[in-house]
Ligand binder design. Structure first.
Ligand code: 9Z3
Length: 313
């Protein structure tokens, strides 16, 4: 096929854009180490079985914001608001529901089981006893004890393209829960200045390219049988549900979780082809508890629906 006919076909030209995006980006640091770890994790968890039948489900949770560098030797970057609370709380709920979790998060964002720890500076949580040993201050002891116990219990039970492909063999038992706030715009690596941009050159004029949406590639090529949940965030409540429905169809998601910036911790709406379900937080609980409960039920139905297909599990 000639290159002009490749560009005439929207599907082909999108795939070229995706290829370029990966080919021109700097290589992932420690690629082979991460790949080995990932394979080992999936291998261990896919062999967990009940009556000789492998039952374990694995979910990949993406969490936190993403930054866009403005220089190759990055001094400045564009950031977004995401705290990683949704991903961390959801990870706890998935672990409680018996899933193995691949938690793909941004460094420095909210972490599972640490959400409930006191906000006090770390060193103020401890005291030195007799000048030799260290203990947690009485006031914080219960919160710290609980976080440690939950973290240990979770451990005992148990980068998107790499994870997608690695999870392919798991078929419908794999789930993607894409809660990270992904930047829609970026500066391609080859267009970035190598060194710090100089303010002496005057006002900065920069063109941001659009990040190709990987959701359809994930569904079609990387992990076609996996159960895929994406999120839609808006600040204008009038367009939120419409945009979520469009994303559901356009990227062929199994569900889209719609949320508004200011109420995101109180209320979300799960949009599927069967309709919309609004989930509100109960007093003293996280909205993630009922949300994950519903998604686990839908995932079960998805696995049942795939039984007897060519999945070969
Ligand atoms: C979300 O909507 C998440 O729920 C939040 C969670 C980022 C709002 P926090 O991390 O907030 O708890 O502070 N994620 C949006 C994911 C996203 O960027 N979606 C894209 C879009 O809206 C599609 S992949 O276009």
């Amino acid at each position: 096929m000639s290159s002009s006919s490749r560009l005439d076909d929207p599907e082909e030209s999108f795939m070229t854009e995706v290829e370029n995006f990966f080919n021109t980006a700097p290589p992932l640091k420690d690629h082979s180490v991460i790949e080995e770890k990932l394979k080992g994790f999936i291998e261990r968890n896919s062999h967990a079985s009940e009556n000789g039948v492998s039952m374990k489900r694995i979910v990949c949770v993406t969490s936190g914001g993403t930054t866009v560098p403005l220089e190759q030797r990055c001094v400045r970057y564009i950031d977004n608001f995401s705290s990683g609370h949704r991903g961390a709380a959801s990870t706890e709920c998935f672990l409680k529901a018996g899933y193995a979790v691949i938690y793909l998060h941004r460094r420095g964002t909210c972490q599972p089981y640490c959400r409930s720890l006191p906000d006090d500076p770390l060193l103020e949580c401890f005291e030195s006893v007799n000048g030799s040993s260290v203990q947690v201050q009485q006031a914080q002891a219960e919160a710290v004890r609980k976080a440690i116990a939950n973290h240990h219990a979770a451990l005992q039970q148990g980068l998107l393209q790499m994870i997608g492909v690695a999870l392919r063999d798991l078929g419908s038992r794999a789930m993607f829960y894409l809660a990270a706030a992904v930047s829609d715009f970026y500066v391609p690596w080859e267009s970035l200045a190598e060194h710090k941009i100089q303010s002496s050159a005057g006002p900065l004029d920069m063109r941001l390219a659009q990040v190709p949406k990987m959701l359809s590639v994930l569904r079609k090529d990387w992990a076609p049988l996996a159960f895929c949940i994406s999120f839609k965030l808006e600040t204008d409540s009038h367009i939120l549900l419409e945009k979520a429905s469009t994303a559901l169809k356009k990227y062929n998601m199994h569900a889209v979780v719609a949320n508004e910036l200011v109420t995101r911790k109180e209320e979300v709406t799960v949009v599927t082809t069967h309709g919309k379900i609004c989930i509100r937080r109960e007093a003293g609980d996280d909205v993630e508890n009922p949300l994950i409960e519903l998604l686990v039920q839908k995932h079960t139905a998805h696995i049942e629906g795939n039984k007897g297909t060519m999945e070969g599990q």
